[in-house]
Ligand binder design. Sequence first.
Ligand SMILES: [Zn+2]
Length: 346
Amino acid sequence: MLMLTTKTEKDRKRQKNKNRKVLNKMTKISELYNPITIMSNDPAVENYIDNAKPKPVPKTILCEFCGAERYSRGNITIWGEIAWNQNPIPCTCAKAVELHEQERLEAEAAKEAEARAKEKRLMQEHVNSLIGKSGMGERFRFLQCTFDTYIVENDYSQKIKTATQAYAVNFDKMLPRRGEPLPNKNGMLITGKTGGVGKTHIAAAIANYLLNQGTDVIFMTERNLFGKIQETYGNNMKNSRYSTYDDQQTESQIRHIYETVPLLIIDDLGVEKPSEWTLSMLYTIINERYDRALPTIITTKYDTVNLIKKLTPIGSDTSIAESIVDRLMEMCKSIEIQGDSWRSRL
Ligand SMILES: [Zn+2]
């Protein structure tokens, strides 16, 4: 058995060596051989035509704009034949150049749209397989929160509704686009002590609106957000010493979704007892979204000073929580709901 294995291994090596020698030889030939090109209107073309099996020379085509003749280019192979490029060389007149540029841009745009669609499809598959649609799951409490079910009681709740609905409708403009300036303050920090005005309702309404439009959104409470990551550690929650390679893979996949989903909503931030682990995880996620200029919505009953306290484990330094809140202030427009008045910098 052992002998057999050894022999196979030897054979494999020998074959590999052989392959390498052949490859080296081919590389040398191609280095020596610099293709010589020839144009289809060159009289010398005749010299390369093998009368026994003549290859057709590409026809001369006239430019559709200026009528100039367009020839094709061929490479003279080491066998003394011409390998023709079947597309004639583009005309250099202004209209032809313009058309070509337009075609190039269209092709580029189509390619980019395709890449975006693929990215979106992958994100959806990922979210569905790892988190379940949007993280809201089947929780009816969240699913029924729409702009239609948001009760407008007075002037300020009307303002909130108008502003957040406009945000949802124009969400496409909140996303970064290549070649365009980064969107400014494309997230929302919804703060306020009172539950009655429905911070969660507003956030969930945005999520439901966008999900119906086919945009990927993760909407989660802090507990669910981190719980989903901790689940990947199996029974040894938070104890990465015992986590397997697969666990780590799933963990990083879930974190990657939080970091790259078009909209991440964290509902009721600051209510869970913090740990060093949740703090650093939150920092990583927020920081990554900041770098990617992706929108994030946070609801919390705490003002920024208290939020920093609530995110910091007892006895720990507040600097990480401060950085998180600083980032959020930079990324988000603030909606502050206090009692029966609200201020917004929308
Ligand atoms: Zn032309």
